[in-house]
Design a protein around this ligand. Structure first.
Ligand code: SF4
Length: 224
């Protein structure tokens, strides 16, 4: 159903190769893909590969990524990543999860994004905030730990669906199943979704009234 709804779902960070997607994904923490897409063209023009970025000074990179937020920490991550790629992988992005997660600033999520979307390799499922939230709401996991959620999804999905399914969940999370006020009424998954009627941010004003009514009724019953 998600594939029919979002046939165009893909990673929304603009990139032309694994290095660019790695940089963009590191930058995307605490920011939006739209914002990152506005700053990466200038960054990639100045530093087209890990070798160029590895030689940069923090003061040269910071102004270019300032708008993404947390620019000092992100600059450190980018330079650490680029220098590790040069020192250990000849400037290339390594093609396995085990190697990628050894690179400074790269965790499982970032590694899965790069492997699945820029290298055509499927080693895991991207579990970002959207995948986490939707997997829980859809009843695909009971965990709130990203690594456990990833394991649950890997067991449920055929391997060739790991990357496309995560991209579709992310699209659905951004367009319909919002963190606040999910749009159940316009969600094609509502008939199947165990959260379609229970995930709501409407004020729970009726609860205390019901409790009081319950207490009154109980007292009445006790008296009678
Ligand atoms: S029915 Fe609601 S909670 Fe379930 S996936 Fe759709 S929007 Fe999200």
């Amino acid at each position: 159903m998600l594939a029919q709804k979002w046939p165009e779902a893909k990673c929304e960070l603009d990139h032309g190769n694994p290095y660019e997607l790695l940089v963009a994904t590191i930058l995307s923490a605490q920011s939006t893909d739209k914002m990152i897409n506005t700053i990466t063209p200038a960054l990639f023009a100045k530093y087209p590969d890990a070798t160029a970025l590895a030689q940069a000074e923090p003061g040269e990179v910071e102004p270019l990524i300032f708008k993404s937020g947390f620019y000092r920490n992100k600059t450190k991550s980018l330079l650490g990543m680029a220098r590790a790629l040069v020192e250990k992988h000849g400037g290339d992005v390594p093609g396995t999860l085990d190697e990628l997660v050894q690179v400074p600033g790269v965790g499982r999520k970032t590694a899965n994004v790069v492997l699945g979307n820029a290298m055509g390799k499927t080693e895991g499922v991207v579990v970002d905030t959207h995948v986490m939230r939707l997997s829980q709401r859809l009843g695909l996991t009971t965990s709130d730990d990203p690594v456990e959620i990833e394991q649950d999804l890997m067991k449920l999905l055929p391997r060739e669906q790991w990357t496309p399914f995560a991209n579709r969940l992310i699209w659905h999370g951004r367009r319909v199943c919002f963190a606040k006020n999910p749009d159940h009424d316009n969600c094609l998954l509502a008939p199947l979704c165990p959260s379609s009627s229970i995930v709501t941010l409407k004020p729970a004003a009726k609860k205390p009234v019901a409790k009081k009514a319950g207490k009154r009724a109980a007292k009445k019953r006790a008296r009678s």
